[in-house]
Design a protein around this ligand. Structure first.
Ligand code: HAX
Length: 425
């Protein structure tokens, strides 16, 4: 941790100065206007938040600290967390340091397993995962620091401690959720020689003789790391954190938002939609069959999971990265082949349907078929993988906000009659 903390300590004073002088000189300037449609429409497009870790230009997709995600696909998730926090990729030495630090912090408190085992057998894996994070809140270093009266300018240091303690444990917790929820037998100890993503596969206990599943997991954890500040889970984490709730409260809360079907749960829904088509048509459907199935879904008032996006207006580069992985490693797998066919057909159907502003696939459209191919077949579990990764974005956003001392969130709401008065109607 020495180097990550050191690099952040070097960076933070300059960042604070920059923000302070920007606010001093330009604080009164208008950056966004809000229409009534936006107020009732999920605040879509309102520029009223700050996120310095990543950005999603609608025509390019995710940039992590200005680097397109497509250029980061061969990086380890550990490198991505460092990049999110510091704005630069780590040197080989910095990376080794962070990996060693994760190893030291990886042990999960025994009471977490007791809580997991006490949960009802049909609990959703996301509810189990989020509960584990929440139950560890008592470990918070931030709470101890806050209660002992540390200065506001130092809040980020104990937030970094909480973030690292939390992230280091997530693969073991997530794997534990899998093994307990799906009756896979005893928990598996981590392998100290493996990295964060590789260890996750090892602890899931799914055979990986070629190492390809570990490669997929590293890619998965890298691709889902962050997606700017306004999506439901990032915004929820940010909002909770702005009350100076610690990282355990904030990340657990944000992940509850990720568990919604319009957000991270879409990856489980997506695979089930693909499998449904295959079951209905006895394998990979024809173009006509799939077109009809897509229309039937839309006509029954449902969305086609994995397609559309609140911000993106092109094919998600994260979908493209998964697709390239699939084309390289399992082009003939029937589920992957069906996902490819869906990609050929569904954008045309959505365009003709005329509602979705973005007819193209998002990150969730293809990942499930790859997990399925490697033997991770329990798709209600898929959002947990997303959550392990997204916790990196949540923690880094929390750290950066705390480092420059962001204010508690408190936008103004109005009643419908008050809006009418405001508009003179
Ligand atoms: N299928 C059918 N209709 C769709 C659609 C889809 N895939 N995507 C959008 N629409 C519809 C919307 O439901 C909306 O209809 P109404 O006017 O009747 O409400 C209309 O098109 C306009 O929506 P939009 O402005 O294009 O999209 P939003 O910003 O409102 O919503 C969503 C973005 C991602 C929620 C939406 O595209 C959707 O529901 N997609 C399917 C679910 C999904 O894949 N979610 C995962 C997104 C990525 C993510 O966050 N992962 O975590």
């Amino acid at each position: 941790m020495a180097t990550l903390k050191q690099r952040m300590a070097e960076l933070i004073p300059g960042m604070r100065d920059e923000i302070r002088s920007l606010l001093k000189e330009h604080g009164d300037k208008v950056v966004s206007e809000v229409s009534l449609t936006q107020a009732y429409g999920g605040m879509r497009g309102v520029k009223a938040m700050v996120c310095d870790t990543s950005e999603v230009p609608p025509d390019r997709g995710l940039l992590v600290r200005d680097i397109p995600i497509g250029e980061l696909t061969d990086r380890l998730p550990e490198e991505i967390f460092y990049l999110l926090c510091v704005g630069k990729l780590p040197t080989a030495e910095d990376l080794e340091d962070l990996k060693a630090d994760y190893r030291k912090r990886a042990e999960v408190p025994g009471y977490v397993w007791d809580v997991l085992k006490a949960m009802p057998a049909d609990s959703h894996p996301m509810a189990m995962f989020d509960t584990c994070i929440l139950v560890m809140q008592r470990e918070s270093e931030f709470v101890k620091a806050y209660n002992s009266g540390v200065k506001k300018t130092e809040y980020w240091e104990s937030t970094l401690e909480d973030s690292l303690n939390l992230l280091a444990k997530l693969p073991a917790i997530a794997a534990g959720v899998y093994r307990i929820r799906f009756n896979k037998g005893d928990l598996i100890d981590p392998d100290p020689n493996l990295d964060w993503g590789g260890n996750y596969v090892h602890m899931l206990g799914i055979d990986d003789p070629t190492g390809d599943f570990k490669a997929l997991m590293r890619l998965y954890l890298t691709l889902h790391c962050d997606h700017e500040g306004g999506n439901v889970s990032a915004h929820a984490t940010h909002c909770i954190g702005s009350a100076l709730s610690d990282a355990y409260y904030a990340v657990s809360g944000g992940l509850n938002g990720l568990a919604g079907p319009l957000h991270g749960l879409a990856n489980q829904e997506c695979l089930s939609w693909v499998l449904e088509t295959m079951e209905k048509f006895g394998g990979k459907p024809t173009d006509e069959q799939l077109t009809q199935f897509a229309w039937d879904t839309l006509n029954s008032g449902k969305v086609i999971p994995g397609y559309g996006h609140a911000v993106l207006r092109v094919t998600d580069p994260r979908f493209t990265a998964f697709r390239e992985f699939g084309l390289k490693h399992c082009p003939d797998d029937p589920t992957f082949a069906t996902v490819s066919k869906v990609y050929d057909i569904v954008p045309g159907v959505l365009k003709e349907h005329g509602k979705a502003k973005n007819p193209w696939p998002n990150v969730d459209a293809g990942s499930g078929s790859l997990l399925y191919n490697y033997g991770l077949k329990e798709f209600p579990y898929y959002t947990v993988l997303f959550a392990v990764s997204r916790a990196m974005g949540m923690c880094s956003q929390l750290l950066v906000s705390r480092a420059w001392g962001e204010a508690i969130e408190r936008p103004k709401s109005l009643t419908t009659p008050k809006f009418k008065v405001l508009l003179g109607v």
